[in-house]
Design a protein around this ligand. Structure first.
Ligand code: UT7
Length: 334
């Protein structure tokens, strides 16, 4: 028997820590300025957790809102996919902590690690599971706590000013018509440049996993070759968008809203210009939330719905690029 269900996004939710951190706050801790950060990245504020707020707690909060907006009872969730680069603990994965916070047991929890492209990979996995008929309602969560792992001294300023904490979630279920469905997902990776954006320590590949020497060299903080990452992003994101448009036989004018990963406002503006997308057809939230990695797309999508830029039935293009390197796109009729 061939089962050919299609999937759709049923509801969206998000959560933020309480504590807002301005560029001026950062300038008190390191040599940077509001002007530099805004000019190079567009970021004005980001939110950083305080003790008690975790990836799982924010993920659960976002999930509850997504379920309410989807009108799906939590007991009808068949699978949790949790995308992050900042798991709450080394192991087990954070998905089980979200499951517990939601009062669920027994259903599978799948943690995935594709950094800024995590949400697109998660959509692709959820779509494939629903197409086979294996699962009916899937909770996909992107949640990140960067702030507890950032170098807030001047030596970490190129990375630290970019990142924010937060969570976004969607409920993915079966489509009942072709007006609301995930049309396509395209996912890619290339490990050739895996170390241009990474955190080396602690690592099971190192003996010992962490040491005073490694910490003295600040190797437990994320490092990035910013210009190389930037160049990859403005190459791979337009290519991913084109790949989805060709697959779905779409014109640029068919897209109602582009929801790109929020790494740098300048990257997104350049991608828009390269493909000829009118600026009003792209939504950005990096100015207020910074780069929240796997959470950035569902958070940006939530915001676009909230401010009335996206409505049911609209054709949405999600596109992302991140460490790995990884990249991809998804076209969705919401
Ligand atoms: O989501 C994951 C993917 N990540 C990305 O997509 C990020 C991609 N890269 C970028 O967005 C940009 O490369 C950055 C925003 C990170 C940096 O911008 P840039 O224009 O590439 O600056 P740069 O790294 O070439 O640095 C220019 C100068 C340097 O000083 P000197 O050597 O010219 O004296 C840096 O030390 O700016 C300095 N700098 C800063 N100054 C003030 C670097 N970070 C800061 C800072 N505040 N936060």
């Amino acid at each position: 028997m061939t089962v050919t269900h299609r999937s759709r996004i049923l509801g969206v939710g998000m959560a933020l820590p309480k504590n807002v951190v301005t560029n001026h706050d950062l300038a008190k801790k390191m040599e940077t300025s509001h002007e530099w950060i805004v000019e190079r990245t567009g970021i004005e504020t980001r939110y950083w957790v305080e003790p008690g707020e975790t990836g799982a707690s924010m993920g659960a909060e976002a999930a509850k809102e997504a379920l309410a907006n989807a009108s799906v009872d939590v007991k009808d969730v068949d699978l949790i996919i949790y995308a992050t680069l900042s798991p709450d603990f080394n192991f087990p994965g954070t998905g089980v902590f979200v499951q517990r916070a939601l009062g669920l047991r027994d259903i599978p929890c799948l943690d995935i690690r594709q950094q800024c492209t995590g949400f697109i990979y998660g959509l692709s996995i959820a779509d494939a599971y629903i197409r086979t008929g294996m699962f009916k309602n899937i909770l996909l969560i992107g949640s990140e706590v960067h702030s507890t792992g950032l170098d807030v001294s001047t030596s970490g300023r190129d990375v630290t000013v970019l990142f924010g904490d937060g969570a976004g979630a969607v409920v993915i279920g079966r489509a009942t018509d072709d007006k609301h469905m995930i049309l396509s997902t395209h996912i890619h990776a290339d490990g050739a440049d895996a170390e241009i954006l990474w955190t080396e320590y602690p690592a099971s590949a190192r003996h010992p996993r962490i040491s005073a020497e490694a910490m003295a060299e600040r190797k437990h903080y994320p490092t990035m070759e910013g210009k190389r990452v930037f160049k990859h992003a403005v190459t791979k994101m337009p290519a991913s968008i084109m790949e989805g448009m060709v697959t779905n036989n779409l014109k640029l004018t068919d897209i109602d809203m582009m929801i790109p990963h929020q790494a740098n406002l300048r990257i997104n503006q350049m991608v828009g210009q390269m493909i000829g997308l009118p600026p009003e057809k792209m939504h950005n939230t990096i100015m207020k939330w910074g780069n929240t990695t796997a959470a950035s797309i569902p958070m940006c999508f939530y915001d676009a719905i909230k401010v009335g830029k996206v409505k049911q039935g609209d054709l949405i293009c999600f596109v992302a690029f991140g460490a790995g390197l990884t990249w991809g796109s998804a076209f969705v009729r919401f």
